[in-house]
Design a protein around this ligand. Structure first.
Ligand code: PHE
Length: 466
């Protein structure tokens, strides 16, 4: 006897949860740096096109596969009559697993910084790099130790995730997002108000609104596309799983539009926080997009900003909400698969899988600065290399697993299950999907070609898409 499947309790609940998954660290610390690099307004325009023409169709595809099959990402293909495509699901769930290992640890560092700003900001300002390294287990004198601080906070972060997931789809994820997402928007607006009213913020705002096409290269397009997929949580177990909890009465096309719009809005607003704030304090050359930027350079911004310590704590709180709601969507994708595929109980499965991911994540954190743990990598540009374990994990997901899973979904829906089936799923319950023709063309031809280009280019040039 099959148990009754979980469902979202309300329309807004689903939208906030899906937007919560999409809005994450990628929006807040990667997007602004990429926007700066890609010429401000130009990048934002290109990004918008990527979201509209590729991201949204793919999200719609995943949601419709999920709702049509009413099951997790691996079983979805079998349920729709094409067991041979289950590998796409395995890659998706595998990608979600690897990402959670490190996303949860980075979430832990963010939590550490919320406390750091709230209680010991002078220490951060005095030596921001030293403070960051200290957390990761490297002391100022060059000696190293087990990174207790980072690991303990990561454990707390993971426990919060596990508790929410154990509570289930409606009383856990949905409830959390109904509070977390409005809080996130509020924090975003407060920080935006602070950033754009800083003395010297104007050139930053102008930069983001200007169209300087000289900074745009082929890589700008790839960077925008990679960012769009990552930001919309596409190519993992997530949107298929979240779609499977949608009632047939929901309009998937409209929901896709809303979620994409919210995700993009948050990214753009984050751009208008970070870029003007950095222009006003550090100078424009200092804008970056990696962890070093988010944890180290930004300290100087908050140090120089009036009320900076308060706004610093708020900023990391914003990141914390963003990271939590994204991370729980990853865990849900994995737990939904394990509990349905192997008929395991939800509570025990969540605890076990979170514990394993946390432990693997410890290697990620340890390999940052404390210990020389290496991974292995291969691409045409550098051949076989042994990057730090943490980098190898990110390469694996960003350059291979996410694009391959997204490509598999396109091929499956474009050529096997057929776009007409996805359209029929969208049109359940009397909904009219006016863009059905365009959607079919994109999913059959445009999206697979674009993803293939990302895959080939990142292999050929060894570039980082994260
Ligand atoms: N979309 C999230 C972000 O922008 C990242 C994420 C990736 C979340 C994969 C879940 C799954 O940070």
């Amino acid at each position: 006897m099959e148990k009754k499947r979980a469902q979202w309790g309300s329309k807004i609940g689903f939208i906030l949860a899906a937007a919560g998954s999409a809005v994450g660290l990628g929006n807040i610390w990667k997007f602004p740096g990429r926007a700066y690099e890609g010429g401000g307004g130009c990048f934002m325009l290109i990004y918008l096109c990527m979201v509209v023409f590729l991201g949204a169709p793919l999200m719609l595809t995943e949601l419709s596969v999920g709702r049509a099959s009413q099951t997790n990402i691996v079983s979805a293909f079998k349920k729709l009559g094409h067991k041979g495509y289950s590998w796409v699901g395995w890659i998706g769930v595998g990608g979600a697993f690897v990402i959670t290992c490190y996303y949860s640890h980075v979430g832990g560092w963010v939590l550490r910084y919320v406390f750091g700003y709230a209680t010991e900001s002078p220490k951060i300002y005095a030596d921001s790099l030293g403070y960051f390294y200290e957390m990761l287990g490297r002391h100022a004198d060059g000696t190293t130790a087990f990174p207790w601080a980072a690991i303990l906070f990561a454990a707390v972060f993971m426990v919060v995730n596990a508790v929410v997931i154990i509570r289930g789809v409606e009383s856990g994820i949905e409830k959390f997002n109904k509070i977390g997402m409005p809080a996130l928007f509020l924090l975003l607006l407060v920080l935006l108000g602070r950033a754009v009213t800083l003395d010297g913020a104007r050139p930053g705002i102008r930069y983001l609104l200007s169209l300087d096409w000289s900074k745009v290269t082929f890589n700008t397009f790839l960077s925008a596309l990679g960012q769009a997929f990552y930001s919309l949580s596409i190519g993992m177990a997530i949107m298929i799983t979240y779609g499977s909890y949608l009632p047939k009465t929901e309009n998937i096309a409209r929901n896709t539009g809303l979620v994409c719009a919210m995700d993009t809005l948050v990214a753009v607003l984050a751009g208008f926080i970070i870029v003007p704030a950095v222009f006003a304090t550090l100078g424009e050359q200092q804008i970056g997009k990696g962890g070093g930027f988010a944890f180290v350079s930004l300290a100087k911004v908050f140090e120089q900003m009036p009320g900076g310590t308060f706004f610093g704590a708020l900023f990391y709180l914003l990141l914390l909400f963003a990271a939590l709601t994204s991370c729980m969507s990853l865990v849900e994708g994995i737990v939904a698969f394990l509990t349905e595929h192997f008929s395991w109980p939800r509570k025990g499965t969540t605890i076990a899988v979170c514990a394993v991911m946390f432990l693997i994540g410890c290697l990620y954190t340890c390999s940052q600065a404390a210990y020389p743990i290496k991974g292995i990598w291969f691409d045409a540009a550098t051949g076989v290399s042994t990057p730090a374990f943490c980098d190898a994990m990110e390469f694996l997901t960003d350059r291979i697993m996410i694009p391959v899973c997204a490509l598999g979904c396109c091929i499956f829906v474009g050529w096997v299950w057929k776009p007409e089936s996805a359209v029929a799923e969208v049109e359940q319950n009397g909904v009219r999907f006016t863009l059905a023709k365009v959607y079919s063309l994109i999913i059959k031809y445009v999206a697979p070609l674009a993803i293939l280009t990302i895959l080939v280019m990142s292999f050929a040039t060894g570039m980082t898409l994260s």
